[in-house]
Design a protein around this ligand. Structure first.
Ligand code: NAD
Ligand code: IPM
Ligand code: MG
Length: 359
């Protein structure tokens, strides 16, 4: 049986960075992994071609695939479209459609990038955090949402609103993913919420306390999100696995990426209950550098490693890719975002070449 991978390059730097990850997968495929790689449209490029950010053809391809590798979607040229047609809706659409509720975002500092980190080397050296972000609930999807005219305490006027909502079953299933991840790592889980203000997240905390009884070997702690944002830059190594809702996870994972040197280093896996997954760098389409051939492809290449690990159980091949990335960093190859004096500045394609050579 072939292993079916759907590649969705998307917009901006998406096609440039996925091309390098696909070259890595194809190189390994020559050794008989039986990967069957097809491509499709998601995001702004899909809107331009079909009028929809997540067209029916892509939905069918996504259903048929075992795993999806995504570049990134979005860009200013689509920001003024009606909301339903914006590229980001395509991304939210595929996450919801495939039930990809568990988003794993590992923030690992490679020793060679200690000086590229936003923090002092002694504060970050050896950093290895896993952020588990719930991905298909929260204020991102909650109803009601919109803009409408209402009577308010300041008179009748237009009001914008979104709703933060989590069902008990949604909290339980992400809690199990997080506790099990913690069991495999340092047996320490920090759940991040805003229970001092938001009922929804008090409920989140209460459910986590209940689920904790199933995992007596894991130490559960709780932290308010504002403090967590501060602690991440003060003393990030206090964390091992962090778990939080969709919106807080979005923000904290971008913050954590800078501890690793660049957002161009942070891969991610978005999984359903059966390890069908979508794999993508945590960053966006970077319109400011798109088409210049200078984007860092390593987050996408590392996402391809996660794809082999989580969807196909190909641990040895995943480790090979990760070791190749370590090797190119040790050899001094740097894209502009992680460049420092004394290293070799390369573009997207040359970085891909270096990873292939290291493989
Ligand atoms: N998963 C996704 O598809 C995704 C994620 C985030 C943002 N977006 C979309 O991307 C567009 C741009 O968003 P943004 O500017 O806020 O965030 P962004 O992550 O695209 O860019 C933020 C900054 O990081 C830099 N950067 C990002 N990836 C890089 C890489 N691989 N190598 C080097 N530098 C990199 C960019 O040049 C920019 O300066 C928006 O339309 C947004 O909605 C998509
Ligand atoms: C583009 C956007 C919808 C997306 C999100 O907020 O989830 C992105 O920021 C991410 O982190 O994957
Ligand atoms: Mg984000």
């Amino acid at each position: 049986m072939s292993r079916k991978i759907l590649v969705l390059p998307g917009d901006g730097i998406g096609p440039e960075i996925t091309a390098e990850a696909v070259r890595v997968l194809e190189a390994l495929n020559k050794e008989g992994l039986n990967l069957e790689i097809t491509t499709g449209l998601l995001g702004g490029c899909a809107v331009d071609a079909t009028g929809e950010p997540y067209p029916a053809e892509t939905r069918a391809k996504a259903e048929a695939a075992d795993a999806v590798l995504l570049g990134a979607v979005g860009g200013p040229q689509w920001d003024t479209l009606p909301r339903e047609q914006r590229p980001e809706r395509g991304l939210l659409g595929i996450r919801k459609h495939l039930n990809l509720f568990a988003n794993l975002r590992p923030a690992i500092l490679y020793p060679e990038l200690a000086n590229a980190s936003s923090l002092k080397p002694e504060v970050v050296s050896g950093l290895d955090i896993l952020i588990v972000r719930e991905l298909t609930g929260d204020i991102y999807f909650g109803q009601p949402r919109g803009v409408e005219e209402r009577d308010t305490e300041w008179g009748r006027q237009k009001v914008g609103f979104n709703t933060m909502v989590y069902a008990e079953s949604e909290i339980r299933r992400i809690a199990h993913v997080a506790f099990q991840a913690a069991q495999k790592r340092g047996k320490k889980l920090c759940s991040v919420d805003k229970m001092n203000v938001l009922e929804c997240t008090q409920f989140w905390r209460d459910i986590f306390e209940e689920v904790a009884k199933d995992y007596p070997d894991v130490t559960l702690s709780h932290m308010l999100v504002d403090n967590a944002a501060m602690q991440l830059v003060r003393a990030p190594k206090q964390f091992d696995v962090m778990v939080t809702g969709n919106m807080f996870g979005d923000i904290l994972s971008d913050e954590a990426s800078m501890l690793t040197g660049s957002i161009g280093m942070l891969p991610s896996a978005s999984l359903d209950e059966n390890n069908k997954g979508l794999y993508e760098p945590s960053h966006g389409s970077a319109p400011d550098i798109a088409g210049k051939g200078i984007a860092n492809p390593l987050a996408t290449i590392l996402s391809a490693a996660m794809l082999l690990r989580y969807t196909f159980g190909l641990e040895a091949e995943a480790v090979r890719i990760e070791n190749a990335v370590r090797m190119v960093l040790a050899q001094g190859y740097r894209t502009a975002d992680i460049y420092e004096e004394g290293t070799r500045k390369v573009g997207t394609r040359e970085m891909g070449d270096a990873v292939l050579a290291a493989l």
